[in-house]
Ligand binder design. Sequence first.
Ligand code: ACO
Length: 323
Amino acid sequence: MIRSVIRGTGHYLPARVVPNSEFAKTLDTSDDWIISRSGIERRHFAAEGEFTSDLAIRAARAALENAGVSAQEIDAVIVATSTPDFTFPAVATQVQAGLGITKGFAFDIQAVCAGFVFALANATGLIAAGQASRILVIGAETFSRIMDWTDRTTCVLFGDGAGALVLEAQTGTGANTDPGVLACDLNSDGQYRELLYVDGGVSRTGQAGVLRMQGREVFRHAVEKLAATANAALDKAGLSADQVDWVVPHQANLRIIRGTAQKLGIPMERVVVTVQDHGNTSAASIPLALSVADAEGRFKPGDLVLTEAIGGGLSWGAVLLRW
Ligand code: ACO
């Protein structure tokens, strides 16, 4: 059986770090409120002239170096993003060009904060189908470009960044002790569009628009749906939550991360948390957290790693893999 195995990780964060105190200068908010309601202490914002593809290329280079793989050995690039440089072409094609890759294929996936989980599941499917044997899977966002800076309920929560993985086809036994992706579970329900959306777009307004969110309502859906999709992925692999070594959740809110871990019965010592440093970087948050934790040497070969995310759509899902 062909498995998709993580061969390397990398990430990039823009140089500018913005602490919570910056927002208190222009908005009726405080460091205390932001930390207590979200766990966020700071986030990075891209510089003027620095675009999603720039972040993605830097993360991709870091992942290639970490994997010991050259750009010429990559046969597909998938970028999960909701903040592309252009309406088209895909950011993934700009990453290809930036890395000097002229063969294979490249495309973007748009599932907002669940984008990376969707991209990883799709890349796994392509590898299983023999369409590609080495894929760069990237999450990259510049959410600072779609913020309403007068809306304290949203603009304090998001940040910019990119994370990348090199995913490689390797032969496995088919048992759940194999390294690589063991199970994926993807879900969407478009009736919840109003809870979290961007109020512009090519077809409707001809403008990019800004993010609108009913945070309390999204929160209400998050813990329940994240725990359900995590359990569904575990069931598909014939494994249970107590066997999970590391949860790498979407980093939107520390209270959601804690609530989901508690519902799964997994102690916080086994959960990777980066939300305090990155804020919510949407599709970039999971690959960023994976890369940061990998660089810290937290994952050991054979560790069972569970990723889960929910975002606009609503779309949500989980990918279970063995390191
Ligand atoms: N500073 C101070 N006060 C604030 C701020 C702020 N930045 N923002 C909101 N408040 C106020 C509200 O106006 C409200 O005041 P009121 O009671 O007088 O009306 C009060 O604080 C409480 O607001 P709530 O919205 O109930 O606060 P809550 O505890 O729910 O926290 C938050 C808000 C952080 C947005 C939370 O609901 C959340 O994290 N939701 C989920 C976000 C998420 O996971 N999104 C999905 C991924 S994102 C994506 O897909 C793009």
